[in-house]
Write a protein that binds this ligand. Structure first.
Ligand SMILES: [Zn+2]
Length: 238
């Protein structure tokens, strides 16, 4: 005899980058299992692949290339809220290292916002020559492609991410399509910057829009007020 099938409910979610409404169904046990296995592996590539697949199935999207990283983070949190529950439970460490207190914190996913949504993507690096860059946000693919092995140096990882994200390089007279110039050319451009100019580029990524939550929590052990700031999806699940 055929067993009964359950209807899955539908929800509307607004895409943060464009405000467009899309429809979502919660994930099913079989999908949650894949996600759990990926999370336990702690392998960045496997996790991002699982997150990507589950978002595509549950939002009915064919590919995610048009979405920004913070869209994906937000869609994932909304999916988590409707599938598992609105509350995320975390343990927060006291900011006074000598205390060692660990205080539980419950976060309602509805209270998580997106910070710096209106960030300027054009950076002027030199006033006189008018040299500057426009930057794209890293895609899930470009993050997954990063070489995060022990031997790779942090600066090389940062450099290769920035190379991927430079959209145009311009001066007073011209705009160059960076990606068609080739990666070596972009890298040479980056290496020709002063450290102050390079710092500006790096800051763009540090300040990029992300899912964000801030809350004062008083430590269970010493009673100190700790300000807990969570930024980016990883922070909500560790
Ligand atoms: Zn404490």
């Amino acid at each position: 005899m055929a067993l009964p099938r359950l209807n899955t409910p539908k929800y509307k979610v607004k895409l943060p980058s464009t405000g467009k409404e899309i429809s979502m169904r919660p994930f099913l046990v079989k999908e949650e299992k894949i996600l759990m296995i990926a999370l336990e592996s702690q392998d960045v590539e496997q996790i991002s692949e699982a997150v990507k697949n589950i978002i595509m199935s549950c939002y009915g999207l064919d590919d995610l290339s048009e979405l920004t990283g913070f869209d994906i983070e937000y869609l994932f949190l909304q999916l988590r809220a409707k599938s598992v529950g609105e509350i995320i439970s975390l343990q927060t460490k006291c900011q006074d290292e000598k205390c060692g207190g660990v205080t539980p914190l419950e976060i309602n996913i509805d209270d998580i916002e997106i910070i710096n949504k209106e960030q300027e993507r054009t950076l002027l690096l030199d006033d006189d020559s008018g040299v500057g860059v426009t930057l794209n946000y890293p895609s899930l693919e470009s993050i997954a492609k990063l070489d995060l092995s022990e031997e790779s140096k942090v600066i090389d990882v940062i450099m290769s991410l920035i190379v991927e994200c430079i959209d145009t390089i311009f001066d007073n007279d011209n705009v160059y399509d960076a990606q068609s110039e080739g990666k070596d050319e972009i890298l040479a451009f980056l290496e020709s910057l002063s450290s102050e100019q390079f710092g500006k580029v790096q800051r763009f990524f540090q300040e990029a829009p992300a899912v964000y939550y801030k809350q004062d929590v008083s430590c269970v052990k010493c009673n100190n007020e700790n300000t807990i700031e969570l930024r980016g999806l990883n922070n909500f699940f560790t």
